[in-house]
Design a protein around this ligand. Sequence first.
Ligand code: ATP
Ligand code: MG
Length: 421
Amino acid sequence: MANKIQKPRGTMDIFPEDVALWHKIEEKARDVASRFGFGEIRTPTFEDLALFKRGVGEVTDVVQKEMYTLTDKENRVFALRPEGTASVVRAIIENGKTSDAMPLKYYYLINCFRYEKPQAGRSREFFQFGTEMFGAASPAADATVISLAHTLLKELGIKGVKLHINSIGCPECRPNYRQALVDYFSENEEQLCDTCKERLKTNPLRVLDCKSPVCSEIAKGAPNTIDYLCPECNEHFESLKKYLDAMGIDYTVDTRIVRGLDYYTKTVFEFICDGIGAQSTVCGGGRYDGLMKQLDGPALPGIGFGMGLTRVILAMKESGCADIPQNNPVLYIAPLGNEAVSKALSIVAQLRDKGIYAECDICARSLKAQMKYADKIGADYTLIIGDSELENGRAQLKNMKKSEQREIEIDNIYNALTEEN
Ligand code: ATP
Ligand code: MG
């Protein structure tokens, strides 16, 4: 016998009872984004592999280890998007949006793909709400984007989420810091994990991000980026803190935050939710002033974030705000016989046209089984239509919660239901 076909490792099947929560999050994300003047952008699920190599960075874990690449029939190499930013930058440049009024403000709700070790809060296909703002260099823009994420998490009812901010400088001051880091880690090189020994040569900032206990212990004593900032980056960071204070957004300066992707400059931030396991970063973002130029566009400063929706769900469950009321019908009609089925179908069709969720039996069940089903789906009202009801046009409308019933005119059902509520 052939092997049973299963979903790919690290992917999810999501059924209606759970999708309801996804809808709530997506609706809230769209609602909050629009209050900040962000419009939705949609880009392809796959892109030229070169886009991510250049946009995300050759020496990042994402590009080196986590890409899903594919070759088409004409030997072109594509990758399933591992994140959203590079595609948005490409789309802006390709569609000439750089001559629109600044800043450009876009958001997206997308699936991303990374070949990672699946665990709670980490999957191979995952979902992100992301925002991108281009053309605003001021720290007020950083504060605005952070405020957007903050507002969404707050309005979803998530408690105990903390904002951590840091600045990792710019091409001006980064080399000094990088050297200080290399000097520091080189003294402990022997103890670092193999990946970090490699990172020390290619991307030393990433050693700070390593999850291995030994590396993270060593990282605790490493020099801090904010002690190496040039005057401009320093002023930017100070203003950001002032603006966050003014907006009433609490934060902690966390010098360990460097972010995984290469393109960040100045501000980096994470919203962290303890209590949802090791993958506690529900949202990560920062500024990327060099990215647009790196992808052959004009030198437009950028800032944005990616919010992992599975982690948002874990955080909502932890905060006890993940319960969504079931979608239950206002009316369930139990017809007895063919004639009654026609009548029932015509009534539910009319009610649905008027915006009411109505159901009737479509399985030719016995009356007893129908009533059991009506109870199970939580119908507010039921109406039984048999021969005598058909004949005199009247039937009993039963309020299921109150166990009360009253006689109504079948053709007047819409008014009867609206009178009841
Ligand atoms: P992590 O530190 O968890 O690996 P990252 O730095 O790789 O995250 P980003 O590329 O900044 O993450 O992505 C933004 C957000 O997307 C993360 O903060 C997280 O919430 C979510 N995310 C990233 N990778 C995954 C994944 N494999 N599964 C689920 N969510 C993810
Ligand atoms: Mg990662």
